[in-house]
Write a protein of this length. Structure first.
Length: 94
């Protein structure tokens, strides 16, 4: 799917998604194993298990799990990259 997505509450994505994604409040976004996401993403906490390409702006914690493949830019309060994750990013934590 392609478009502008606005989520409220904890959200899990499994599938292919592209466009602009916004998650309101302190809710967590989880990109599951097998997901392929290409987006400009605005959220609080984020867990990535699948593939992501684009820009992430997180007001909370970003965790890249061993199955994650991430390309792009990450701006976050904090970031954790677990062993096995494949990353090609420009990252900054505040």
């Amino acid at each position: 799917m392609h478009g502008n997505f606005h989520f409220v509450g904890t959200t899990h994505i499994l599938g292919t998604l592209s466009g602009d994604i916004k998650v309101d409040g302190r809710a967590k976004l989880v990109l599951e194993i097998g997901s392929v996401t290409s987006a400009n993403l605005n959220c609080a906490d984020l867990e990535i298990y699948g593939e992501f390409t684009g820009e992430i702006k997180s007001s909370g914690n970003v965790t890249l799990f061993p199955t994650a493949v991430v390309n792009g830019k990450i701006l976050a309060k904090s970031m954790e990259i677990l062993p096995g994750a494949v990353v090609n990013i420009s990252g900054h934590t505040e």
